[in-house]
Design a protein around this ligand. Structure first.
Ligand SMILES: Nc1ncnc2c1ncn2[C@@H]1O[C@H](COP(=O)(O)OP(=O)(O)OP(=O)(O)O)[C@@H](O)[C@H]1O
Length: 260
């Protein structure tokens, strides 16, 4: 088994007075795709931001490639992990190609110049995300789904060993959700951690899951492991407070909420 790329040790994450994650010991390896699952407000985004190095943990540590995240400088960090947030705020009228090229900036030479290879990689990424035809368009004019696919293209262009995505399929229509899943499933040389609301998408494109479970009193527990161990109907019912039925259609397993 290869060494963990991302590891947390006794990780604690808080938001205000709330403890969202407590004592999390967890490891992510290259080739694995983890779904972060749990109800609204359980802490998926806050945990992802802590893993990305965008907020300090309240306790414990995050390690990337065996090094404490806090000791990795910003520029190097940008070559090690890509962060694809849930919301995109575009302040300037950059073209779509310029936005994706910005993801190549960590690899720029001393003068900050990008080369023809960077442009080729950016264009390839746009093509893989079905937005090459928008390359010259002002990023502020895109639809929600188009903007999301441009963000995925930027993530591909950044070419980092670790990819962290917050609800990457939000805003996408069903064919593009499936295409995004297929794309992420091809990233065999990278590790992927993504928050998702759709358990069935997780079943389709992930190998592992980290599932929020309520704890009667005190901090919640996050259950980590291979998908088929974690995504059990009983666990999902505890997490979401709603009974789930497992069905098999054309050889694929799906979960549907039971009628109340
Ligand atoms: N500074 C803060 N002070 C108090 N509470 C906060 C603060 N920041 C975030 N929270 C709360 O922390 C909780 C976790 O938020 P987070 O965005 O991580 O949840 P999430 O699981 O990603 O939710 P969703 O599925 O709705 O996107 C929320 O209840 C949020 O209101």
């Amino acid at each position: 088994m290869n060494a963990p790329l991302l590891a947390t040790r006794a990780l604690q994450v808080r938001a205000g007075q709330r403890v969202l994650v407590d004592g999390l010991d967890w490891q992510v390896r290259t080739g694995e795709r983890w779904a972060l699952l749990g109800p609204n407000g359980c802490g998926k985004t806050t945990l992802l931001r802590a893993l990305a190095g965008l907020r300090p943990p309240a306790g414990g540590e995050v390690e990337l490639g065996g090094r404490p995240l806090a000791r990795i400088r910003t520029r190097e960090l940008a070559t090690l992990r890509a962060w694809c947030p849930q919301h995109h705020h575009d302040a300037f009228g950059l073209s779509v190609l310029e936005v994706v090229l910005a993801a190549r900036q960590p690899y720029a030479g001393r003068m900050g110049w990008l080369g023809p290879d960077d442009e080729r990689l950016a264009l390839e990424a746009l093509q893989r995300c079905d937005v090459a035809h928008l390359a010259a368009q002002d990023v502020r004019s895109l639809s929600g789904g188009e903007r999301q696919r441009v963000a995925l293209a930027a993530m591909l262009a950044q070419a980092t060993p670790l990819v962290l995505l917050d609800e990457p399929t939000a805003h996408l229509d069903v064919p593009h959700q499936l295409a995004a899943c297929a794309l992420l499933a091809q990233l065999h040389d990278q590790a992927v951690v993504m928050s998702l609301h759709d358990v069935n998408l997780a079943l389709r494109c992930c190998t592992h899951a980290l599932l929020w479970l309520p704890d009667g009193n005190g901090a919640p527990r996050w259950m980590a492991g291979p998908l088929d161990q974690v995504l059990h109907p009983d666990h999902l019912a505890r997490a979401y407070g709603s009974r789930m039925l497992a069905v098999t259609l054309e050889g694929h397993r799906y979960y549907v909420p039971a009628p109340r």
